[in-house]
Write a protein that binds this ligand. Sequence first.
Ligand SMILES: Nc1nc2c(c(=O)[nH]1)N(C=O)[C@@H](CNc1ccc(C(=O)N[C@@H](CCC(=O)O)C(=O)O)cc1)CN2
Ligand SMILES: Nc1ncnc2c1ncn2[C@@H]1O[C@H](COP(=O)(O)OP(=O)(O)OP(=O)(O)O)[C@@H](O)[C@H]1O
Length: 231
Amino acid sequence: MGSGIAVTPLIPRPVRPATNGANYDGVARNVDATARRRELRQRLADQRRALPPSARIAAAQGLRRSLEQLPEYLTDTRVAGYWASHGELPLNLAIAPLAGRGQQFLLPVIGAGKHLRFAPWQAGDDVQPNRYGIPEPAAPTELLEPFQLDLVFVPLLGFDRRGNRLGHGGGYYDRSFAFLNEQVRPTEPLLVGVGYAFQELPQVEEEAWDVPLDFIATERELIDCHPEANA
Ligand SMILES: Nc1nc2c(c(=O)[nH]1)N(C=O)[C@@H](CNc1ccc(C(=O)N[C@@H](CCC(=O)O)C(=O)O)cc1)CN2
Ligand SMILES: Nc1ncnc2c1ncn2[C@@H]1O[C@H](COP(=O)(O)OP(=O)(O)OP(=O)(O)O)[C@@H](O)[C@H]1O
């Protein structure tokens, strides 16, 4: 599809052992991990909501500068993002230049089975709230499957530098992009997590179903989660 710059393929990540083992210890470890994730999500969500408007506006501008370091942001044809809610880092300044460059922007639409599809959206198009109160295109002319996208800005609550992500806990992105775990990464679509720098964690515990991010863009920097590719 429309990716401008070729990226060096990597060896696929080894399949991680499932954490939901059938024995008692496996189950207990899993319950602990779930409780830890819930606590961490709450703390990060509270912290994000408490950010003053000035920090949000400055971050939206910093994010655009970070994304300009990514060739795919400047050239890819189909670019999916999100409508910032719950204090998420606003994408509006990063999205604005896309139309002028002939790039299509799309928003996620929640479907059956917690799978996302993506609808083209441009400024002025009608939106309606989904079940979480997040706006979705109201009358999409087409709905694209995740594999049809070139670049995806993925919302997150927490991240680490290896590309592990903590989301809202719905598992929407992991389910929708699970097919990438069978492919040599990075490939298309390229997954770029977007969040505030303060959302960085030393390590996000990996779960068997997680789909790692290729890059993470914050208001401060663009993080390449496959640094060995450039070594
Ligand atoms: N802006 C935006 N759009 C998005 C996502 C997102 O994270 N951000 N999604 C990412 O997947 C999908 C929607 N998934 C979501 C999953 C949970 C919650 C949410 O508010 N969860 C509550 C708990 C609600 C409950 O338990 O039912 C919370 O976090 O407080 C929101 C969106 C698709 N669209
Ligand atoms: N590929 C998958 N197949 C089946 N279930 C899945 C898959 N991916 C995630 N899940 C389920 O979804 C639940 C939530 O996953 P997780 O905590 O990783 O969500 P998240 O990445 O934080 O959420 P979101 O992507 O919506 O922001 C998990 O408990 C898991 O059972």
